[in-house]
Design a protein around this ligand. Structure first.
Ligand code: HEM
Length: 232
């Protein structure tokens, strides 16, 4: 019963909140004074901001941000490739997930740790941090530690052979939790916390991910300076 909720109900709730929440927030400006007015500009640029912290602790933001973003891109690709491999029994793709996922996971965890450490140790940054800033980092650290613990510490791998078909059953609207019931507890916790993260996503500053990469194509160049110049 509980497993049906966690592996059938929760994925659909998370997907609904993730996609619906982003669209609602994008067009309704529900967090700002434009509430109720349906317009793309209603979201308000300040509410949609990443609340950049680069102004303080400038020497550590580069390493934190680069590791988080490259780690995340590698993890995303590795998961998709691995799940397709798992669903269609293609060992090479599942192996790709193993090694690229492990590399991406280590980069990601390092970046997340550094980002949390910056928030806790740089006084101005600590003062500007909100509950949400910490919640995102802590949730992602939990998800990543569960993922890496299985693959890098316990050396358990190949769970994609169960998770791939399960995701396939969800996508074809014929959900079957039996595919995933037998996987190790740590992998289950990994999936559950990831789904909770996706449900929370639209209500955080992370919404920038759906527009910033698009703006990037035509926004003006930003003049960046070398790290040595910052230290002076
Ligand atoms: C924020 C999102 C997520 C992060 C940061 C994340 C991170 C990770 C990491 C670091 C690993 C270890 C990879 C390796 O060492 O090769 C992993 C493995 C895994 N992840 Fe995720 N993950 C996320 C979302 C998900 C979701 C949504 C699912 C399933 C619906 C999932 C299912 C799995 C499975 C099944 C494995 C083990 C693969 C295997 O044993 O074949 N992950 N994840």
């Amino acid at each position: 019963m509980i497993e049906n909720f966690l592996f059938i109900g929760l994925p659909y709730i998370a997907l609904f909140l993730m996609i619906g929440g982003i669209l609602y927030r994008l067009f309704s400006g529900f967090m700002g004074s434009y509430r109720g007015r349906w317009d793309l500009s209603a979201r308000g640029d300040f509410l949609w901001s990443t609340r950049s912290t680069g102004f303080f602790g400038r020497t550590s933001i580069g390493a934190a941000s680069l590791n988080i973003h490259w780690g995340m891109i590698l993890l995303l690709i590795a998961h998709i490739v691995g799940f397709v491999g798992g669903a269609y029994n293609m060992t090479a793709l599942v192996d790709f997930f193993r090694w690229v996922g492990m590399f991406g996971g280590i980069l990601f965890l390092y970046g997340l740790g550094l980002a949390l450490w910056r928030r806790l140790t740089i006084p101005q940054l600590k003062a500007m941090s909100t509950f949400e800033d910490y919640a995102i980092l802590v949730l992602l650290i939990i998800v990543t530690v569960f993922g890496l613990y299985q693959s890098a510490v316990k050396l358990v791998f190949g769970v994609s052979y169960s998770v791939g078909p399960w995701l396939g059953s969800l996508l074809t609207l014929q959900p079957d939790a039996n595919y995933i019931k037998g996987i190790p507890l740590v992998n289950k916790l990994h999936v559950i916390f990831a789904l909770l993260f996706f449900a929370y996503f639209p209500f955080t500053k992370l919404v920038h991910a759906v527009t910033f990469p698009i703006n990037y194509l035509w926004r003006p160049y930003i003049n960046l300076r070398r790290m040595e110049a910052l230290k002076r």
